[in-house]
Every structure is written in structure tokens, then in C-alpha cells.
Write a protein of this length. Structure first.
Length: 315
């Protein structure tokens, strides 16, 4: 799709998907992207949006890549993404910056195979088809797992699919493995007889970022800063109230209650400031993409971060 057409589609999608929240005191609306109910559900469930003095227009996305494309194109002001897709998008030239970090465990991202498949380790997948999203956290984990197993990316057939298409291909047997995240892992494990062959625990930094467009940082700083304070508050609440958050996630997304609870327990995010350690971890992620030939850009990842919002993390 040509860039001009992409921007038009993303803008239309944001307007159609948006639903207002909060009031208005002359401040411009804040357009927020949310992946499968995540950010939206956690803010609503926690009550952190109470008294918000500007309108929030929500847009829902199935994965980080289209969300970040929307942020970069200006159709959305900010949204959450894992470190790998964020850095992949930034390296590709997107005009975005991370304005808040969040730390979680890596087990919410996993390599799945079907129950009864003859695979006992990653090395058994040599020559097989493995699906994930291009530039996603799943893509990054797959590269790391292949390296651990002594395999090169070319030793398997990597198929880049959206989560919905990958789920259909996995269920039908068209692919042998699927590297995915969050509720997709929970749904496959609990309802599709999938087996986790390996996950990101101890392999992924666990960092995710709230990414904002450069235009939103320049033109909507008060809204962005206020939103980040509310988001940090909501994240702390979710860590202390997994049952309540899971119920809200189920209601918001239509996920079965057991899938929502599994997702919440595997993916707890603690808000954190953007510091030198975060930037160093991000540089390592981008270096791995470059080593695998998935990224050819030499854009410096240090420019991907805006630390001026760090105070919003404070309780």
C-alpha cells in the first residue's frame, strides 16, 4: 500500500474506531491507540480516567505494527508497543518517540506448536514454517531462540502474518510454529491445545513503551503528560488487582474470562522511567535485528527516547 493511501486508511480507521472519554476545557482531544483492549481496559477498570479534562478518542489495533504506523502517520497521538516493534518502526524512519517505559516478564511471548507435534526443542523446527509478525516482539524472540539453538534465520521458513491470519494458519496446520504474545498465547494454550515450546522468560528485556508522535509531543504536551500519569497509576492498580483487571479486559474485548485472567497474570507491567539502562537494552534489541538482516537502517536508537516525561511515573 502506498504511503498516502496508508495514511488515509489509518486516519479513517482512527476516526471510526474512536469513542470519546472525558470532557473538554479547550484542550484538543488526545487520540490513543490500544492493542486488543489493553491500555483502554486498564484505564477504564482502574478508574484512572476520572476527571480527565480533555476528550480521549480511542482506536483499537490487533498488533503493534499497525498501531505504530498510525502513530507515525499522525492518525493516533500515542499508543503502547513492545520494545522490538517500537525500535523496528523507529529504525524504519517513523517520527515517534518513547515517552514512558513499562517493565514486565518475558513469559507472555512464546513459541507455540500443536499438541502432539514431533517437536521437542527449537532445533527440531529446522526447515519448518514458523509464523510471527514482522518487526514484532515475536519476531525478536524467534531470532533469539534460533540463535540459542544454533540455527540461522534461513534455516527455518519465517512467515510474516498478522495475529488473526497466523492463528488461522496455526489451527489449520498450514504452519508448524507460531511466535505470538499476550492473549493470543492464552487463547491458543487454553482453547486450541497449543503447547509452549519456549517463551521469553529470561530472554526478553520485558520493556514496553508508550510511543508518541513527535507532533503530539510538540502540540499536546499537557494532555500527553496527564495521560501518562493516569496510565502509570492504572498500571500499579492492575498489578494489585488482577481479578478486577481481567474481568474488565474480558468485558472490553470479549475474551473468555479464563483467557483474560491468564493474560493478565502473564503480562503485568510496572511503569518505569526511561534511563540509560532502558536505552542500552533497546540498543541490544536493535543490534539483534540488524545482525539478522531484518533492519538495515543505521538510525541511532538514542534518539528514540524522550525522557522529559519521566516525572509522570511517580506515584
Amino acid at each position: 500500500m502506498q504511503r498516502r493511501s496508508l495514511i488515509a486508511v489509518l486516519t479513517a480507521a482512527a476516526l471510526l474506531a474512536g469513542c470519546g472519554a472525558g470532557g473538554g476545557d479547550g484542550q484538543a482531544p488526545l487520540k490513543v491507540g490500544s492493542q486488543r483492549g489493553g491500555t483502554k481496559a486498564i484505564l477504564i477498570a482502574s478508574g484512572a480516567l476520572e476527571g480527565v479534562p480533555y476528550k480521549i478518542e480511542w482506536s483499537e489495533f490487533a498488533a503493534a505494527q499497525p498501531l505504530l504506523e498510525a502513530v507515525g502517520a499522525g492518525a493516533v497521538d500515542l499508543g503502547e508497543a513492545g520494545d522490538a516493534p517500537f525500535l523496528f518502526a523507529y529504525a524504519g524512519g517513523s517520527k515517534i518517540k518513547a515517552v514512558q517505559a513499562g517493565k514486565s516478564g518475558g513469559s507472555s511471548t512464546a513459541l507455540l506448536v500443536r499438541k502432539g507435534a514431533p517437536f521437542h526443542g527449537v532445533a527440531d523446527l529446522r526447515g519448518r514454517k514458523i509464523a510471527t509478525g514482522r518487526g514484532s516482539i515475536g519476531h525478536y524472540l524467534l531470532l533469539k531462540l534460533l540463535e540459542e539453538a544454533g540455527l540461522k534465520p534461513t534455516d527455518v521458513q519465517i512467515v510474516f502474518l498478522s495475529p488473526g491470519d497466523a492463528k488461522a494458519a496455526f489451527t489449520s496446520g498450514a504452519i508448524d510454529g507460531w511466535v505470538t504474545w499476550g492473549s493470543y498465547v492464552a487463547l491458543a494454550k487454553l482453547h486450541d491445545d497449543a503447547v509452549i515450546l519456549a517463551d521469553g522468560d529470561g530472554r526478553l528485556s520485558g520493556y514496553g513503551f508508550e510511543a508518541a508522535s513527535e507532533a503530539a509531543i510538540a502540540g499536546k504536551r499537557p494532555q500527553v503528560e496527564d495521560f501518562l500519569r493516569r496510565l502509570a497509576k492504572a498500571r500499579r492498580w492492575a498489578g494489585e488487582h488482577p481479578q478486577e483487571y481481567a474481568a474488565a479486559l474480558s468485558k472490553e474485548t470479549g475474551l473468555q474470562p479464563d483467557v483474560a485472567l491468564y493474560t493478565v497474570r502473564q503480562y503485568r507491567i510496572a511503569p518505569s522511567e526511561i534511563d540509560d539502562k532502558v536505552v542500552a537494552e533497546a540498543t541490544a534489541v536493535l543490534d539483534r535485528f540488524r545482525a539478522a538482516g531484518a533492519v538495515t537502517s543505521t538510525r541511532d536508537p538514542a534518539g528514540a527516547f524522550d525522557r522529559s516525561f519521566n516525572a509522570a511515573v511517580a506515584p
